[in-house]
Ligand binder design. Structure first.
Ligand code: URA
Length: 410
């Protein structure tokens, strides 16, 4: 397609002169045929122009943003944003909601009583000027073409194609106005990209798009074959984030987030070791920043530390002794969704309290009868529910992945 044809298509779609059925045909053509680098760039930049572009120049310093292509139990932003801000680097971040097996940061933050995710551009900028960090929901005014096109892709099975994912993610990141962007490209069972080769291609495409418009952009390819950290579920993930922010999280998850923070700080020209970064978790500086952000956005700090409130907590016991070899992220994401922690369709209501907490992860040894996980539910507990969970836990097979960061692309 020529640049003019792409411009006509995007503008016409937002104006309503290009109907959904023609746009679906376009999405399907891209799905099967792909796009050239120039076409992806034209699509992205024309999408940017279909909405408000945030101007963060009133905030001093190099503003860094972060985006994940989707995961299960992915509470990284909740920790990373205040952690990076605790080093004086401003973080102005817009996040999304979850759908299907993937969770959304905004849903997790909304599980905190009072936390406001909708802010005007002025309030968002003022908060970052005042305390250095804000995480809000994506403005309705940002990249209108993506809002329409993503919904259409969702119902026409054309989400998982690199040109459309890259233009969707990067149009929003470019419009959001940060100077530097860290992209977390997830790979594995629970991610859109199933192989490292595909993830590398998506990562490189997005890095090139960012750089072409003068944004420092780095992508990390990260493992999403098993859920991230211990918890899946909105409130449960807030509680795990608090544990990590207090330096008491799982070592592997904590180390991974410190590595991401090191890259984000590097994008803002601040060189720190992982150990120096971890200190901000152990000495409470990152936690203080998180609490400051929650309070600034109307969140109730007492409610923040409240334990989950569910009707039943069910222990899932190991069926045999040995080593856990796989905890398939997609299956557990969908399982948590059925407990009420996620949405099957956009209009579904969430139960913020429900979900899963893993006591063991891939690579851990267990004895028969030991607790592998706890299921938090407000629904009926049937033995089928327990058996189904146990069926997903793979034991004594080839261990799937033990590296969180698989590759860095810059
Ligand atoms: N995340 C997005 O924002 N867009 C996509 O197309 C896929 C994941």
């Amino acid at each position: 397609m020529t640049s003019n044809e792409i411009k006509w298509l995007v503008e016409g779609y937002v104006a309503g002169t290009v109907p959904d059925y023609q746009m679906s045909a376009f999405a399907m053509a891209v799905y099967f045929k792909g796009m050239t680098t120039r076409e992806i760039s034209d699509l992205t930049m024309n999408m940017v122009k279909t909405g408000q572009e945030f101007d963060l120049s009133a905030i001093n310093g190099i503003k860094v943003d972060k985006h994940s292509t989707g995961g299960v139990g992915d509470k990284v932003t909740l920790i990373l944003a205040p952690l990076v801000a605790s080093f004086g680097v401003p973080v102005a971040k817009m996040s999304g909601r979850g759908l299907g097996h993937t969770g959304g940061t905004i849903d997790k933050l909304e599980s905190i009583k009072g936390y406001q995710v909708e802010r005007s551009q002025e309030d968002f900028i003022r908060q970052v000027q005042d305390i250095g960090v804000s995480v809000i929901g994506q403005s309705d005014q940002l990249v209108k073409a993506d809002k329409l096109l993503y919904a259409l892709r969702d119902v026409t099975a054309t989400v998982d194609t690199i040109p459309l994912i890259a233009s969707s993610v990067m149009s929003k990141k470019i419009a959001a106005g940060a100077d530097a962007i860290l992209l977390d490209v997830t790979v594995g069972e629970g991610a859109f990209m199933k192989t490292v080769d595909e993830a590398r291609e998506l990562a490189q495409t997005m890095v090139d798009l960012g750089k072409a418009v003068g944004r420092k952009t780095v992508a990390v390819i990260t493992d999403m074959s098993q859920p991230l950290g211990r918890a899946i579920g909105n409130r449960l993930e807030i509680l795990e984030a608090l544990e990590i922010l207090q330096g008491q999280g799982r070592q592997d998850t904590t180390h991974f987030i410190c590595e991401l923070a090191q890259i984000m700080l590097g994008l803002a020209d601040i060189e720190k070791t992982v150990e120096e970064i971890r200190k901000h978790l152990e000495n409470g500086q990152a936690l203080a920043k998180f609490e400051e952000m929650v309070a600034a956005q109307g969140g109730d700090l007492e409610d923040l530390y409240r334990p989950v409130n569910v009707a039943h907590v069910v222990d899932i016991l190991a069926q045999e002794s040995g080593v856990i070899s796989a905890l398939p992220a997609m299956e557990f994401g969908l399982y948590a969704m059925r407990l009420g922690a996620g949405r099957a369709v956009k209009s579904d209501d969430l139960d913020y309290e429900t979900g899963i907490v893993f006591e063991k992860k891939v690579g851990d040894s267990v004895q028969k009868g030991e607790i592998v996980a706890k299921v938090y539910t407000n629904g009926k507990i049937s033995s089928e529910l327990v058996t189904e969970f146990q069926k997903y836990v793979k034991m004594n097979d080839r261990v799937q992945c033990l590296r969180e960061i698989i590759e860095i692309i810059s």
